[in-house]
Design a protein around this ligand. Structure first.
Ligand SMILES: [Zn+2]
Length: 484
């Protein structure tokens, strides 16, 4: 982070060098980095001790490095011009962030892919390119959000808050926490923001989104949201941004939600917590494990999968059966390798406390976690080609079984015709796979969830045609060949 801080320092605007009222809108391409707010280690610089008073009229504040930069405190009632300028700059910062990520993804599409070394899934460059292709093809959506202007109108104490309310629309609760973001409706490759959402005075606005906690990103179904709050450490670090996008891309493409059709989910396990708040913890754990395994630790690494684990730390949780709440349940770990172990503890030590609770309390969960020493998944490459194939499998699932099982002669003929038709669907998709896709699908351990799903689409019903088609289709996925 040090180089980044130095960069921010160099870029900071000297005191008094520009008047906030004179802000003009430039296109993102014209936007200078020097006009951005400084990067600090704090997620929410609006709350640090360097902040000026809520009422201080000059739109300047001191930063830790001694430079002054524009901030936008309580300006609307005092000065409509300043408000508009602040809103314009916020809009500009948002479109600039969108443009930054759009460019990262568009450039990612041009990256060279290399065939993975033996025993490896794919290198980071290949994984990022694959993820960008999946975003381009709409297999997941990428939404870049920045903080609304209202996040910078946070009063410091009750007096400020109360007096401010007399003059000014209430700043929404989420904005006071720095967690009101916009624009939630604009996805790659689009650019642009809604002005009301940029102001952020109504947290229920359709184009606003309230972030939970301080997460840099999350995935909701196939929707990836990337949060770019002022001052966050990852904003201009392309390596970390790629890590985040690969990570979230895996959540979106691994179809881990056992409740949805066409999923690659393994056996479900209910959270041991009081209200089963975390739902199916087995697939939830596995999707995080996979995403960290692929994307790596932001700004670091999780170590080697060939080094032995230490197993020298015990997960523990409060014993809920103890009325005094003073005793703990704990359990020794049996991790197999260093990488597995480090990912587990990274989850526990960040925001996944349920991992520790379930490990300590549930023998079933513990056994699953200990055995999950390397990732398995339906699409460990974030490959748009594998996802396209899986989508077609899901689309045809059921109809193949129904037709094959139909006893009547007329339907039998229709079934054979249907198998012929499937050739036209699946063969081009198999041919489109690249070397890494085939290497992954040729590894029965790594791609086990894919094959379980695949075999369910072509069940053995004692039908010779169906079984032959099943086997040949399978072969075509592992090596490029014609099938008949
Ligand atoms: Zn995750």
């Amino acid at each position: 982070m040090q180089a980044q801080q130095q960069q921010a320092k160099n870029n900071a605007v000297p005191a008094g060098s520009r008047s906030p009222g004179a802000v003009s809108i430039k296109s993102p391409a014209q936007f200078q980095k020097s006009e951005e707010l400084p990067k600090t280690e704090s997620l929410f610089p609006a709350r640090n001790e360097n902040e000026v008073s809520f009422f201080q009229p000059p739109l300047q504040r001191k930063t830790g490095s001694g430079n002054s930069v524009p901030v936008f405190q309580f300006v609307r009632a005092a000065n409509a011009g300043a408000w508009n300028a602040a809103l314009a700059l916020r809009t500009l910062q948002a479109t600039n962030a969108q443009q930054q990520i759009n460019t990262l993804v568009t450039n990612g599409l041009q990256l060279a892919t290399t065939r993975a070394a033996r025993g490896e899934l794919a290198n980071k460059q290949t994984l990022f390119r694959n993820t960008c292709e999946s975003i381009r093809d709409g297999r997941m959506t990428l939404n870049v959000l920045t903080q609304s202007l209202s996040c910078h109108l946070t009063p410091h104490n009750y007096t400020e808050w109360a007096i401010g309310s007399l003059f000014y629309n209430r700043v929404p609760e989420s904005a006071r926490n720095g967690n009101l973001f916009f624009d939630s409706q604009v996805i790659y490759p689009n650019n642009g923001v809604n002005q009301a959402a940029a102001a952020g005075l109504d947290e229920n606005h359709h184009n606003n989104f309230i972030r939970r906690g301080s997460e840099p990103a999350h995935t909701d179904g196939k929707q990836i949201r990337l949060f770019m709050p002022d001052g966050a450490t990852w904003l201009n670090n392309n390596d970390i941004l790629k890590t985040i996008i690969i990570h979230e891309g895996q959540h979106a493409i691994d179809r881990h939600d056992a409740a949805l059709p066409g999923n690659f989910a393994d056996e479900r396990m209910a959270d041991v917590g009081p209200n089963q708040t975390y739902g199916d913890v087995a697939n939830r754990y596995k999707t995080e494990f996979r995403a960290y395994w692929l994307g790596e630790k932001p700004g670091g690494n999780f170590g080697s999968s060939t080094k032995r684990a230490k197993n020298n730390r015990r997960p523990e949780t409060i014993d809920r059966d103890d009325a005094m709440g003073v005793s703990f349940i704990s359990s020794a770990t049996s991790f197999q390798n260093e990488r597995q172990e480090n990912i587990f503890w990274h989850l526990v030590d960040t925001s996944y406390k349920w991992v520790e609770t379930n490990y300590a309390e549930s023998e079933k969960f513990r056994t699953m976690v200990d055995a999950y020493s390397e990732p398995t998944g339906g699409n460990l490459l974030n490959s748009t080609r594998i996802d396209h194939y899986a989508q077609q499998l899901n689309f045809n699932k059921g109809s193949i079984v129904r037709m094959a099982a139909a006893p009547k002669a007329g339907q039998r003929a229709a079934f054979l015709n249907q198998l012929k038709g499937l050739r036209g669907t699946f063969l081009p998709l198999a041919i489109a796979l690249d070397d890494n896709d085939r290497a992954f699908l040729s590894s029965p351990e790594l791609s086990q969830p894919f094959w379980r799903f695949f075999d369910a689409v072509f069940p053995d019903l004692g039908d010779e045609h169906l079984n032959t088609y099943h086997q040949k289709t399978k072969t075509a996925l592992k090596r490029n060949m014609n099938i008949d």
